[in-house]
Design a protein around this ligand. Structure first.
Ligand SMILES: Nc1ncnc2c1ncn2[C@@H]1O[C@H](COP(=O)(O)OP(=O)(O)OP(=O)(O)O)[C@@H](O)[C@H]1O
Ligand SMILES: [Mg+2]
Length: 273
């Protein structure tokens, strides 16, 4: 054994002498090629493009809750009530529904974007599911190139289409109306894509701006995908019969979170508030 080790050492010294090296030098480690460290993936929310908002457009479209304060009061109160109901019942997906058109669903949902946005500890997702007459993008004054149909049909990902308002609200808007919405809204693809979006972005609450319930079958097709619906009616316009019929339909389709009376001119205001 000792003979073998001596022979190996002698061979090493000879090899180094032949190469013109100092045999007493300590062998240096061969420099390694630098290995690229994996770049940590950016969180999905950070990757969403930020919506470019214009304060004048918002105000023109009755979006009054951006800056908070007195004007935002009713929407902040609605936000807080929605959150309480959702947390108490373990609900996450809330559809905003009305019996007929023009009750103020989209305006309310758009205002809630900012009210929820000010709730910094929460992540909120708002999707325009009125595919026949979408208006959320127009109200916000934000153009877009695609629509939620393409997302639900898996032609484009939410990561490419969705936008971020501030740090903690994600919106899915539409570039224009599309047809055959009921078929799409009740498809398995829509259910699957929604589940995927929820899994990726893990929002605390999801709001869906819906078309009016009594004028098409879109709500009947889609509401199986939500946990509850909030019924919004228009003061002085929606009849008691319409409220009654819509509420009964909703109760068959999902949980009814409550009823909002919108555009009400008479409200009690407490001094100083
Ligand atoms: N609280 C409110 N006070 C006064 N006007 C309002 C209020 N909310 C909404 N509006 C107005 O009512 C009209 C209809 O609003 P909006 O488009 O939000 O209704 P909608 O329920 O989404 O209608 P659709 O069913 O056709 O989508 C708009 O002109 C909007 O500015
Ligand atoms: Mg609308």
């Amino acid at each position: 054994m000792e003979k073998l080790q001596a022979a190996i050492e002698k061979a090493r010294i000879q090899r180094q002498e032949n190469q013109g090296q100092d045999p007493s030098a300590v062998p240096q480690p061969v420099p390694q090629e630098p290995v690229a460290k994996p770049v940590p993936k950016k969180p999905a929310w950070d990757e969403l493009a930020e919506a470019d908002l214009n304060a004048r457009t918002l105000r023109k479209n009755r979006l009054v809750s951006q800056a908070g304060g007195k004007d935002a009061g009713p929407y902040d109160m609605l936000r807080t009530r929605i959150l309480q109901q959702a947390q108490n019942n373990g609900w996450k997906r809330v559809a905003i529904v009305s019996p007929h058109s023009g009750c103020g669903k989209s305006t309310t949902v758009a205002n809630l974007i900012f009210s929820f946005g000010r709730q910094k500890d929460l992540r909120t997702m708002v999707l325009d599911c009125d595919l026949r007459r979408p208006s959320l993008g127009k109200l916000l004054g934000v153009p877009c190139e695609h629509n939620m149909r393409a997302v639900f049909e898996d032609k484009i990902s939410f990561a490419e289409h969705g936008l971020r308002v501030g740090q903690n609200v994600a919106i899915g808007i539409n570039d224009g109306p599309t047809g055959n919405s009921a078929e799409l809204l009740q498809s398995q693809s829509t259910t699957k894509i929604l589940d995927g979006i929820e899994k990726t972005y893990n929002p605390d609450i999801m709001l869906f701006d819906m078309p009016p319930l009594l004028v098409s079958d879109d709500n009947f097709a889609f509401l199986k995908n939500v946990d509850c619906a909030l019924l919004l009616v228009e003061a002085g316009k929606t009849t008691v019969k319409q409220v009654d019929v819509t509420e009964r339909h909703l109760a068959e389709l999902t949980n009814v979170m409550g009823v909002i009376l919108n555009k009400c001119h008479f409200s009690e205001s407490a001094y100083g508030y």
